[in-house]
Design a protein around this ligand. Structure first.
Ligand code: BG6
Length: 481
């Protein structure tokens, strides 16, 4: 199967925070890959704006180095030179007036203008305001904002109001890069493009759903930020919540931004409050040469969680009685992101009790080895009577798509191309973000009120024992990491 690359129209993309970590690791190498694939037009211009004292030529060295390190593809050196031809740097003062006229002078006439705010949320307002007062952004321009989008409902509301002061909602692209992952979109294709699953997609047939985002990495030098956020704010309020929405939402009437986001919003609003005994917080302890969480964030008395597991319920007809178990953490045994939909057992088994029958599980695997598998029960081949085994029906994309699976764009690349195309389907709307904070705020406030201390867990294991108990109590088991 040959993947189709449809070029986007010409654009000027300004990346504020253009020398930062995200720009170097994801945004610039991602744009380069789109350039190599032919999706990004040769005339597109990328302008990095930051406060560092660089000039364009020094910045191009940074870009080359980041592409060599992070692009993950082979390419001819002429290709890199062609890409760099349209990359510029401008030194800018986000809070003052220096550099803004220079930026204005670099923008071209007729093309899409997009502004990527890869900076602290405190700068969203000043940047938005200056883009307008210096006449750089107009009614057609788009702004892309990175997470964290606030740290609670009040701050998220404030950010929404600040942005709304300068831009319409259809110009604002709030990134949650999990929505740009290939399998996440495939989840919608599988659910809504097939007749097979939807009739079974409810509490009558589904026993429970597990959503896991396990990481092996630690806080990776982001201790300052992470210790003020923790797994709840860093991962659950956004990435896991978005996965939950896509799994649980009603079929939208069409695949359009507001139709999809309306349905996701209904899921968040239908989430029940989570009582404290349905949540387990953990913090990793040292193991052999691996230092503990507190040492890594430089805060010996930290009470921030690096792991969380919880049981959520959705109060609607489709899901009443089906628990959603969510877990995420750092420094775990392996890197696994997946959603497992565990079906109920058949109402009556015609086979012997020890025949080996198991319930069907649909596993949507985000990383690594992205793909979808469905565990089905079949007869063990050969003699020996009616012995049953469970085998996966494998829909691993790499196999189905052949070599073109290598062309699957990384989440950031896809999302930036969507910004240029003006498609907001895979971006969060302001009301969605606020609703997500509305659900998480009382949980976090409860911990603060009770001075809750997270349970220690050994680094490079499956997390705290209490998390195992959360499912054992319900006669269920987490999938192995
Ligand atoms: C980010 C979090 O949003 O997502 C990080 O801030 C986390 O803490 C990362 O490591 C995980 O993303 P991915 O794509 O590597 O699963």
């Amino acid at each position: 199967m040959v993947s189709r690359v449809i070029p986007v129209e010409a654009f000027d993309l300004v990346v504020f925070g253009g020398t930062g970590d995200l720009a170097r690791r994801k945004i610039l190498p991602g744009l380069f890959r789109r350039f190599v694939s032919g999706q990004m037009p040769k005339s597109a211009q990328i302008i990095a704006a930051a406060r560092s004292d660089f000039d364009t030529s020094r910045f191009l060295d940074v870009v080359s180095a980041s592409i060599n390190e992070f692009a993950g593809i082979e390419f001819a050196s002429e290709m890199l030179l062609a890409f760099l031809e349209n990359v510029r740097y401008v030194k800018i003062d986000a809070m003052g007036s220096d550099g803004w006229d220079d930026l204005k002078g670099m923008m071209r006439g007729e093309c899409v203008r997009a502004f990527y705010f890869s900076v602290s949320p405190a700068l969203f307002g000043p940047l938005a305001e200056r883009l307008k007062t210096f006449g750089i952004a107009d009614d057609q321009s788009r702004v892309v904002v990175e997470k964290p989008f606030g740290r609670d409902l009040a701050s998220a509301r404030e950010l929404n109001q600040t942005l709304a002061h300068h831009f319409r909602e259809d110009q604002i692209y709030r990134i949650d890069h999990y929505l740009g992952k290939e399998t996440v979109q495939n989840l919608m294709a599988v659910r809504f493009g097939n007749m097979l699953f939807e009739p079974l997609w409810n509490a009558q047939y589904i026993d429970h759903i597990q959503i896991t985002v396990a990481e092996q990495i630690d806080v990776e030098g982001r201790g300052d930020y992470y210790d003020k956020s923790g797994a709840m704010r860093d991962m659950v309020q956004n990435h896991l919540m978005q996965l939950l929405c896509l799994i649980a939402m009603e079929p939208p009437s069409q695949f359009s931004p507001d139709a999809v986001r309306d349905e996701k919003l209904k899921v968040i609003r239908a989430l029940d409050e989570v009582p404290p005994h349905h949540i387990v917080r953990g913090q990793y302890a040292a193991k052999e040469t691996v230092p503990d969480y507190r040492e890594q964030v430089g805060n010996r008395s930290s009470r921030t969680e690096s792991y969380i597991a919880l049981k959520a319920h959705i109060k609607n007809w489709r899901w009443a009685g089906t628990p959603f178990y969510l877990r995420t953490g750092k420094r775990l045994k392996s890197r696994v992101s997946e959603i497992a939909v565990v079906f109920k057992e058949p109402p009556h088994s015609i086979f012997e009790a020890d025949s080996g029958q198991k319930s069907n599980t649909l596993v949507i695997r985000l990383q690594p080895d992205e793909g979808i598998t469905m565990d089905v029960t079949i007869k063990e081949p050969g003699p020996g009577g009616m012995r049953l085994v469970t085998v996966p029906l494998d829909m691993t994309f790499a196999e189905a798509l052949g070599p073109s699976a290598d062309d699957i764009p990384d989440a950031y690349e896809r999302l930036i191309m969507d910004v240029i195309r003006g498609n907001q389907t895979l971006f969060m709307r302001g009301d969605e973000v606020e609703a997500a904070w509305e659900w998480t705020d009382p949980i976090i406030e409860g911990w603060e009120r009770r001075n809750d201390v997270p349970k220690p867990y050994d680094a490079l294991t499956s997390g705290p024992d209490d998390a195992l108990m959360l499912l054992h109590r319900d006669n269920r088991k987490w999938r192995a990491l």
